[in-house]
Each structure stands twice: as structure tokens, then as C-alpha cells.
Design a protein around this ligand. Structure first.
Ligand SMILES: [Zn+2]
Length: 400
């Protein structure tokens, strides 16, 4: 099967009619049906599928064991996301198995395709929950108490999906089996377009995190409250948006984004009592990222004070800069005939695992450069180049 035809099989699952693109979130009905689809595809190929304690799916070609070569990605999306971020890595892994099989190749080491749970944090707010839980990067009690916008806790969602919340947390056994992890992903940027090549390898991931800024003022009537009597948290919230842009603009390679804002109660004729604003900030180093966030926070505090509002800031997630295993990266680039290495601003499960096991990523060219939006794309020929590249590096690793 080709990657494009496999993507075609799931093209109707989780379409978001209002936002466009896809909304497939951890353990919601769309993601659960994608997980079912993956299990069926894996079983069709004679792979043995297990679900680990943290909800990650593993499809083994041959018996599980130590020093395993693992590839895979995720099936969930951001709200209104594209068709390729995540699923491309999963379908390419399945297609790579088909390609290796067609050549009569048999792995001489344990090999599995993994599908990590809730990578985007689109439902519970923390990215890479499956890999963070497995590697111990998040305390299970913190993860289990996260709530989606409807108030459903992560514990409730995983219970409904048949998992035992009490068993979630660091999975030393699963980690110990991973000899190396190679994640194929659609590129989230224009690096490969500018270089004119379909496939590259990853060099590093920017430090990145998410912060919630809660501005509290006084809820009141939009008509009956004179302007001078207001403590309207929407004002400092708005200023925070501008402060984020200003703070990141002055720093080479830094990004600060406010893509989500929630006034409570959220009525047209109501002065909000609270406005929650979520900041996503990233930069090349931990220090620079922290400095950018500190500057935005200072601006938020000052704007809140000017309006007689209060501000609390909560760090919802954070990941330091990731440098992918240089030896593995160079080996992959060489096996693929000298493909380029690219830095990325996007977080990945591979970034979480890189702290524990040798980890690498392959990127497939995205002709729009756009990601986390419906315009995200990869041409069928480039998807096949990605599958061929993945099969090549897997064969190298599985035959030695
Ligand atoms: Zn992704």
C-alpha cells in the first residue's frame, strides 16, 4: 500500500465542518476510530498489537524485545488541523513494512510501529501525553487531573477507552526495549522547499512551552457600567497579545503565539469576569525562551494593574531544547545519500524520547510550509519518497 492510499482510507474520519481540516483529539470518537483502523491495518499485516499502560499502541513485527527499532507517530490533531501531521508517520511506517516485505526482507531485531496517545494536547492541553507518561516526564496524577473543554478529566477519558488510570506512569520496561526511535513527520516549515529536496533529517527542536494567563476583573453589564467604573480583564488580555508579538520580535528565532483566548462568561453584552489567554512560546535555548516569557509576563502584570485586574500565570507544559542524537542523525543522512538536516520549531514525541533513547526524525517536504491548519500538505510523490527513505533506514538498522 502507498502512504497516500492509506491516508485516503482515513480521509473522512474526524473532519471538522466548522473549522475546516480535522479535529481528532486524544481518546475522542475520531481518534478512537483511527486507533481501531490502525489496529486492523497492523493485524492485516500479521503484526502483534499491544496497548501499553499509557494508551500508546505498539504493532510488533516479530517478538518484542530489547534493542528494538521503533518508528511511528501519532493520529490525533490540533483543532482544525491538517491531514498529515501525525498520520503521515503512521501510514509511512505501515507502507515501509509493506515495502520491506515485498523485497523479502526479514528484520533481525525486534521492530515495532508505535502510535502515541494525545500528542498535540488538543484536548487536555499538554502535548505528548502518551510519551511523557511513558518516560516519566509528567507525573501521572497531574496528567489524570487534566480536563478537556467539556470538563471531562483525562482519567475519565482513558477509563472510558478501557485503560486503567491507576496503572499510568513511567513505563521503564517499554523504554528499556527501545534501541532507537525514528519518527517520520511532515515538515512544519519551508526548509525542504527552499532546499528543493523531498526528505531531510531533524537536527534539533526549539525549547517550547505553554502558559495560561488568567486575568480576573469584575463581571458586569455592558450597558449599565460606565467606562470609568470597569475592571475589564479583556483589556490586559488584549495587550498581552501585542506584548507577545513585541517580545518575540526582538529576539532572533523566537516565537510567541496567542492562539486561544477564553472570556468567562463570554457574552456579547457582558463585561467578562475572567479572561484566560494561552501563550505558546519557543526559542533556540531555555534561557532565551524564559526571558521572552518573563517579558510577556511583566507586560501582562502591568496591563492588569492599569485596569484594576489581577493576573495569575500557570506553566502548563515545558520542554527544553532537544538536540537529536548526532551520530544517529548523521548515519541516517548518509544512508539517504546525504540529505540535509533541519531544525524545527515544532514539538514531537521524538523530542520527549530523545532524553532517554537515541532518537531521530525524517521530514517530508510540505509544499505550503503550513502546518496545524487545513492547508498542510505533502505531494503523493514526496510521501512515497518518505516511505522509501524510512524503509531504507529501517532496513539498515534491522539488519545489523
Ligand atoms: Zn505531529
Amino acid at each position: 500500500m502507498t502512504a497516500s492510499s492509506l491516508l485516503g482510507d482515513i480521509a473522512d474520519v474526524g473532519r471538522d465542518r466548522s473549522r475546516g481540516g480535522y479535529s481528532r483529539h486524544g481518546f475522542d470518537s475520531a481518534e478512537l476510530s483511527l486507533r481501531e483502523w490502525f489496529v486492523a491495518e497492523a493485524v492485516d499485516r500479521g503484526l502483534d498489537v499491544t496497548c501499553d499502560r499509557n494508551g500508546n499502541l505498539w504493532a510488533w513485527w516479530g517478538p518484542p524485545g530489547p534493542d528494538a527499532i521503533i518508528t511511528g507517530s501519532h493520529l490525533d490533531s490540533v483543532p482544525g488541523g491538517g491531514a498529515f501531521d501525525g498520520p503521515l508517520g503512521v501510514v509511512s511506517a505501515l507502507a515501509a513494512v509493506d515495502a520491506m516485505r515485498a523485497k523479502g526482507f526479514k528484520p533481525s531485531k525486534p521492530f515495532a510501529i508505535v502510535v502515541f496517545a494525545e500528542e498535540e494536547g488538543g484536548r487536555f492541553g499538554v502535548a505528548c501525553l502518551g510519551s511523557r507518561l511513558m518516560s516519566g516526564a509528567i507525573d501521572p496524577s497531574v496528567a489524570l487531573n487534566l480536563r478537556d473543554p467539556d470538563g471531562v478529566s483525562f482519567a475519565e477519558a482513558v477509563s472510558a477507552a478501557g485503560l486503567d488510570p491507576a496503572r499510568m506512569g513511567r513505563d521503564a520496561e517499554a523504554l528499556a526495549n527501545i534501541g532507537c526511535f525514528i519518527e517520520l513527520h511532515v515538515e512544519q516549515g519551508r526548509g525542504l522547499i527552499d532546499l528543493g529536496v523531498p526528505v531531510g533529517v531533524a537536527s534539533s527542536i526549539l525549547a517550547h512551552g505553554r502558559w495560561r494567563f488568567s486575568f480576573t476583573g469584575e463581571g458586569n453589564h455592558a450597558g449599565a457600567t460606565p467606562i470609568d467604573d470597569r475592571r475589564d480583564p479583556m483589556l490586559p488580555a488584549s495587550q498581552l497579545v501585542l506584548a507577545a508579538r513585541a517580545a518575540a520580535s526582538g529576539v532572533d528565532g523566537a516565537r510567541a503565539t496567542i492562539g486561544r483566548i477564553q472570556p468567562i462568561p463570554g457574552g456579547t453584552n457582558v463585561i467578562a469576569s475572567t479572561v484566560d489567554v494561552w501563550l505558546d512560546a519557543r526559542a533556540a535555548t531555555d534561557e532565551v525562551t524564559r526571558n521572552v516569557v518573563a517579558e510577556i509576563k511583566a507586560a501582562g502584570l502591568s496591563a492588569a494593574e492599569d485596569e484594576g485586574c489581577s493576573l495569575t500565570v500557570t506553566e502548563e507544559s515545558y520542554g527544553d531544547t532537544v538536540i537529536f542524537d548526532p551520530a544517529l542523525r548523521d548515519r541516517l543522512a548518509e544512508q539517504l545519500g546525504g540529505v540535509p538536516a533541519l531544525q524545527t520549531g515544532a514539538g514531537h514525541d521524538a523530542g520527549i524520547l530523545a532524553a532517554h533513547v537515541p532518537t531521530a526524525m525524517l521530514f517530508v517536504r510540505n509544499p505550503t510550509g503550513v502546518s496545524h491548519a487545513p492547508a498542510e500538505h505533502a505531494e503523493p510523490d514526496d510521501c512515497e519518497a518518505g516511505v522509501a527513505a524510512l524503509a531504507t533506514v529501517l532496513e539498515h538498522h534491522l539488519s545489523t
